[in-house]
Write a protein that binds this ligand. Structure first.
Ligand code: 13P
Length: 263
């Protein structure tokens, strides 16, 4: 079985000014310096320059929350992958349900953004997940099938992306998926990836769970075999809670694999 290095990413959403962001990462840094997973903070775009400086020399990687698909041009208000890259951004969240719901993101634009990020050498964290109504009417698999088939269409190497399974009904609600629900659905996503991209790719892709994951409930979720990490919203805004999740040693690997594969 392939070992997949766990990845815990904070999604700050629209929280923290640049100075507040610097203070938060300065508080997190000493608490996670022995982490055996990959640690990422996905910060508001305007915080990136200051947080990039604050993260220098640390084991925390910088992430963004969106990227435009064009290389440059007349797209007022947008930010290109090259602009992110210049500040050392390593990850970018793409297709978060809030962007799908409020900003017209579709599986087609998710696909274009994913390709643009990969071309610039930034790893996309591609978000998928169903609404409560879709789950209750038995449409979860159908929704995920489309999000994966269209969103990841033509992606050559799934090892270079991360998928975040975020059931919309669990985001910011305090209503976490049970570990069985999360594991079963993430297992299904991996199966779908195998069908579309082959077994080897499906074994390599890291899949996070997101949705009200916090310092009280992360252990069970993280212990599930198909869950390779978390995309953390609210709990990533508190240094103590975020670092508690980060410091979980899945499988007791003690970082050997991390240093070999990623450093
Ligand atoms: P919460 O952890 O606040 O539920 O947010 C999850 C999320 O949307 C992360 O991207």
């Amino acid at each position: 079985m392939t070992f997949r290095t766990p990845i815990i990413a904070g999604n700050w959403k629209m929280n923290n000014t640049a100075s507040e962001g610097v203070a938060l990462v300065n508080a997190i840094k000493p608490l996670v310096e022995r982490a055996v997973c990959e640690v990422v903070v996905c910060v508001p775009a305007i915080d990136i320059p200051a947080v990039a400086v604050a993260l220098e020399g640390s084991n925390i990687r910088l992430g963004a929350q969106n990227v435009h698909f064009a290389a440059k041009g007349a797209y007022t208000g947008e930010i290109s992958a090259a602009m992110l890259k210049e500040y050392g951004v390593r990850y970018v969240i793409i297709g978060h349900s809030e962007r799908r719901q409020y900003f017209g993101e579709t599986d087609e634009t998710v696909n274009k953004r994913t390709k643009a990020a990969l071309e610039a050498g930034i790893s996309p964290i591609v978000c998928v997940g169903e609404t409560l109504e879709q789950r209750e009417t038995g449409k979860t698999q159908e929704v995920l099938d489309r999000q994966i088939a269209v969103g990841l269409q033509g992606i050559p190497d799934l090892a270079k992306i991360v998928i975040a399974y975020e059931p919309i009904w669990a985001i910011g609600t305090g209503r976490t998926a049970t570990c069985e629900q999360a594991e079963n659905t993430i297992h299904y996503i991996r199966k779908k990836c195998a069908e579309l991209f082959g077994e080897e790719q499906a074994e390599a892709v890291r899949i996070q769970y997101g949705g009200s994951m916090n310092a009280d409930n992360y252990r069970l979720l993280m212990s599930m075999p198909d869950i390779d990490g978390g995309l953390i919203g609210g709990a990533s805004l508190k240094a103590a809670d975020f670092s508690a999740i980060v410091n979980y040693d899945k499988g007791g690997m003690g970082g050997m694999k991390l240093s070999k594969d990623l450093l």
